[in-house]
Design a protein. Structure first.
Length: 497
């Protein structure tokens, strides 16, 4: 079952259930109509079901091939992977595969049959046009689709269009085979055509109505997760404005995945169409309304919220609340690391968070600084890394791991109690070893687990994987270690490293 900090969007869940229920009812009516017209409804539905299964099972592969996208590794696209890593840690969800499509159309899409089998693809045109914060907003939007499983629902719902097309082809071939020997051929053909048109129109309205809401819901989730609605609104404005200038060839390439795309792959249309009626070009207004209606809100699931029936249907469960008291096991783990590996604590700890927009967070940040500066220790520093995350740097002189961990715990608790817990990313304590090697024990706030991070000295952002696995095995009995290695994201140039 999926666990995510994007939270439960009751409106989206209800609409997904309603869409599937409406389409299921449509299938029943369709089967009865086909049977009345003399067709083998079981055969048609069976073949269409096989097509549906193939489309669902290979949805990620088919979409990537349609866009000629390629999967990229962290070594090939380090900045892109770093943004996705941090967003997944903030949302406490599995990291999807990452792909890039060579297209001038500034767009992105997510697809896949489940959160564990999903892929997020961005175009080269998007990477060239957006800045760091705008790109983060778009990726958070796409990850919201994966977390809420609406990508899977859209894939299943599109079965109706396949079915309608298959019915028309079957009627045409049937009429050609029977020819003039059957006087009812024309009537049967007309009946099938009418039923097919009705099925297609009803399914089109249901799917696009759901698609409109899912885009708005993903915008809201992205704004609340990143805390920067202005960046997402800016990205929407840039993409919508530039879409009309994109070459037709690139627009047509995007049409195959338009239903899953961040922005509609439509350009140069001025007449009124149903597609425009269902479009979300002015979604940025909804982003601002959602943010203003929820000051200080994270949009995430509260620890006491009950999981509803529909959440169970769509495979979601409540996330486990973070156990901040786990941080107090760090001093004992530091002794173990020093005794076994000769890595000495530096006396520095740090807490990383994504500072949201607004005066409320600035005030609590000032309160935290004043609280920690009240003692006789070194002053608290707040620095920003290249990914836009702020770090509260806590130093002790002389070296005192217990005090550093206690201060880190105080920062975490202060932000949580002020309602900004969802903006917390991680905390770490740093070490120095033989030959000036570096090591950090990283605590993932949302998952409540630890992992070691060991950058290799004198290299261009390479990791000492052997040392990381050695530390994991050494501390498994003392700390709740993160079992999913995919969540061990790199914290290059973090304070203390």
């Amino acid at each position: 079952m999926a666990r995510t900090r994007y939270g439960t969007d009751r409106g989206l869940t209800t609409r997904m259930f309603g869409t599937l229920f409406g389409l299921g009812l449509l299938y029943v009516v369709l089967a009865a109509a086909l049977y009345a017209l003399g067709f083998s409804a079981i055969l048609i539905l069976g073949l269409s079901g096989a097509l549906l299964f193939g489309q669902w099972w290979f949805s990620d592969t088919l979409s990537m091939k349609a866009m000629r996208a390629v999967e990229v590794t962290p070594e090939q696209a380090p900045q892109l992977h770093a943004v996705v890593d941090r967003l997944c840690a903030m949302a406490d969800m599995p990291k999807p595969r990452v792909g890039i499509a060579n297209s001038e159309a500034p767009n992105a899409f997510a697809t896949g049959r489940s959160p564990n089998r999903s892929v997020v693809v961005v175009t080269t045109g998007l990477l060239r046009r957006l800045n760091r914060d705008e790109l983060e907003g778009v990726l958070a939007h796409e990850l919201s689709h994966v977390a809420h499983r609406d990508v899977t629902v859209m894939t299943v719902a599109s079965f109706t269009a396949i079915l309608a097309g298959f019915m028309v082809r079957s009627a045409m071939w049937g009429s050609m085979m029977r020819g003039r020997r059957d006087q009812n051929t024309a009537l049967v053909f007309i009946g099938v055509m009418v039923v097919s048109v009705i099925v297609y129109c009803v399914s089109y309205v249901l799917i696009n109505a759901l698609s409109r809401y899912r885009e708005l819901g993903a915008d809201r989730g992205a704004a609340l997760l990143t805390g920067k609605p202005s960046a997402l609104a800016s990205a929407l404005t840039k993409i919508s404005g530039d879409m009309a200038t994109i070459p037709t060839r690139d627009i047509r390439q995007m049409e195959a995945v338009s239903a899953f795309a961040f922005a509609p792959a439509v350009a140069g249309k001025r007449e009124f169409t149903l597609e425009q009626w269902f479009s979300t070009h002015h979604r940025w207004k909804s982003v601002w309304r959602s943010w203003q209606a929820s000051p200080g809100s994270s949009g995430t699931v509260d620890g006491g919220e009950l999981m509803g029936l529909l959440d169970a249907v769509f495979g979601r469960r409540k996330p486990v609340g973070p156990n901040l008291d786990s941080l107090f096991a760090m001093p004992s783990a530091a002794i173990t690391v020093q005794a076994a590996l000769d890595f000495i604590p530096t006396g520095r700890a740090a807490v990383a968070f994504r500072a949201p927009e607004g005066r409320a967070f600035a005030e609590i940040e000032a309160d935290v600084r004043a609280l920690l500066d009240a003692d006789a220790g070194p002053p608290v520093e707040i620095t920003e890394d290249r990914f836009g995350y702020d770090w509260v740097v806590l130093a002790t002189d002389p070296v005192d791991v217990v005090t550093a961990v206690t201060d880190a715990h105080a920062v975490n608790v202060s932000l949580v109690e002020a309602g900004f817990g969802p903006q917390l990313l991680c905390s770490l304590v740093s070490f120095r070893g033989p030959d000036d090697r570096q090591l950090a024990l990283v605590y993932l706030f949302k998952a409540g687990t630890f992992y070691p991070f060991a950058p290799t000295q004198g290299s261009d952002e390479q990791r000492n994987n052997v040392l990381e696995l050695q530390v994991r095995d050494l501390l498994e009995g003392e700390l709740p270690m993160e079992k999913n290695l995919g969540r061990w994201f790199a914290v290059w140039n973090a304070p203390g490293l």
